[in-house]
Design a binder for this molecule. Structure first.
Ligand SMILES: *[C@@H]1O[C@H](CO)[C@@H](O)[C@H](O)[C@H]1NC(C)=O
Ligand SMILES: *[C@@H]1O[C@H](CO)[C@@H](O)[C@H](O)[C@H]1NC(C)=O
Ligand SMILES: *[C@@H]1O[C@H](CO)[C@@H](O)[C@H](O)[C@H]1NC(C)=O
Ligand SMILES: *[C@@H]1O[C@H](CO)[C@@H](O)[C@H](O)[C@H]1NC(C)=O
Length: 421
């Protein structure tokens, strides 16, 4: 990490700023660690100014940062900035372009009527992606989310905005993820004002729009979405949520990875119509082995997929929950091993009182639930999957085995106590 290239260092410095800025939201967890200010001071900062003499009146509220070549795009509250990384003046970066995208008076009025604070009834840019040479941006728009295309150079809106529902959260406090793959937008967010309906959604491409099953705690239970990556025929989503597979009285949060087939076309007219037929999820196991197993259950962020020693690897930063021994860890996961878990056993709860157990192999329908449709095979489209198989996917989204971390232990651990080896 110490040898990070200059743009990466700038970006890191920015992320630290972003992290400390995010603590204004009560639902966001605090940073796991602080970089001392004398370290941050060594890197140029972005204060939302076009030049040194111009004074910015309002805090920035940075939501998203996107780097394309030597240009940094920054999505903040009501403002979108373009910053050239090669034009850094000493200790500060200045923007070369700023575009303001504010909510209109009517949206703000309705937002205020619904009891939201005026600081929340603004346009927080929660999706910022590169799309065909331009940008695709979504903002919370005073709890009435909108998405629009922008030009990358002049930051001008192209065409009319479309609804941001299921693409962008209503509330700036909510975590969401978004990426484009094969011309489709894949998003993980909440679709409603009250943030009850969590969704993984595909839209805007040539394929039909698909979503996860609504209000089914087997699929999601208060998820907090962290990241998404495209890998092979799937999109993988990393998140944390309240576990449903423990019979404890208290709520336990665990980290997960879920995946869907990029080319899923949804189920039959009877089962899972316009919903994923390939949604499966598994627990991520970031733990220190020993007599009493010590788990880092809360995922905070992941790296992109990194090629290392001939393997595709993803790194995750985890922590313990707030009511536990304070600690954080970095675990690595081999993507091949991770994908393998989805070929393993499924987990089920036979009745509301019974404990969760693996489904015996002979009870798994064919073709294998959760698989992608294969061209040229009998089931060449997910609409043609048998109902029995679709019903199984609908009721068994959770895998029995957790994804093991590489080396069965974290690569880095920080705790207040010594953990038994
Ligand atoms: C970024 O750089 C690559 C390689 O030089 C180039 O092909 C691409 O068009 C650039 N992207 C943008 C948005 O300028
Ligand atoms: C944005 O641009 C894409 C591709 O150029 C286009 O298909 C789409 O209709 C545009 N508008 C929105 C709101 O996505
Ligand atoms: C699937 O196969 C049927 C005939 O076996 C064909 O008519 C149909 O177009 C195929 N669908 C896809 C998506 O390839
Ligand atoms: C997590 O990994 C450890 C070490 O390999 C293992 O002992 C433990 O059973 C695993 N936990 C789960 C929930 O799979």
């Amino acid at each position: 990490m110490a040898t990070a290239a200059p743009p990466v260092r700038l970006y890191l410095a920015l992320c630290w700023l972003l992290r400390s800025a995010s603590t204004v939201f009560p639902e966001e967890p605090g940073p796991l660690n602080f970089v001392p200010s004398e370290v941050v001071r060594r890197y140029p900062v972005f204060l939302g100014r076009p030049h040194r003499t111009w004074l910015r009146q309002e805090p920035l509220h940075i939501q998203r940062v996107l780097q394309i070549n030597r240009t940094l795009y920054i999505g903040a509250r009501d403002d979108l900035f373009r910053v050239e990384l090669d034009i850094v003046a000493g200790d500060e970066m200045f923007y070369s372009k700023k575009r303001t995208w504010e909510s209109n008076k009517n949206d703000i009025r309705i937002c205020r009527m619904k009891g939201k604070h005026e600081d929340e009834c603004r346009n927080f840019m929660k999706v910022l992606l590169s799309r065909r040479g331009g940008l695709f941006v979504c903002g919370t728009n005073a709890f009435n989310p909108l998405c629009a295309n922008y030009t990358g150079d002049t930051l001008e809106m192209v065409g009319d905005p479309v609804s941001g529902m299921a693409r962008c959260p209503y509330d700036p406090k909510h975590a969401n993820v978004a990426l484009f793959a094969e011309g489709n937008l894949f998003t993980a967010t909440v679709t409603d004002f009250l943030a009850i309906d969590a969704v993984i959604y595909r839209s805007l491409g040539d394929s039909p729009a698909l979503r996860t099953v609504k209000h089914d705690s087997k699929w999601f239970r208060e998820p907090y979405f962290v990241s998404a990556v495209e890998w092979g025929p799937h999109i993988y989503f990393f998140f944390r949520e309240i576990a449903m597979e423990f019979n404890y009285l208290e709520k336990v949060v665990v980290s997960r990875v879920a995946r869907v087939c990029k080319r899923d076309l949804g189920g039959s007219q009877r089962v899972l119509e316009k919903q994923w037929t390939s949604f499966l999820k598994a627990r991520l196991n970031c733990s220190v082995p020993g007599d009493s197993h010590f788990y880092f259950n809360l995922l905070h962020s992941t790296s992109p997929v990194i090629r290392m020693h001939g393997r595709d690897i993803i790194l995750g930063v985890f922590s313990t929950p707030p009511n536990s021994i304070p600690g954080s860890a970095v675990c690595a996961f081999d993507m091949e091993q991770l994908a393998q878990v989805f070929e393993g056993r499924f987990k089920e709860q036979k009745s509301p009182e019974s404990i969760w157990t693996p489904v015996p192999d002979e009870l798994i329908p064919k073709p294998r639930p959760g698989g992608c449709a294969v061209q040229g095979s009998r089931f060449n489209s997910s609409n043609s999957f048998p109902d029995e198989m679709l019903n199984f996917v609908k009721t068994h989204p959770l895998m029995n085995e957790a994804v093991p971390s590489l080396g069965q232990r974290p690569w880095i651990v920080r705790t207040m106590v010594r953990l038994d080896e």
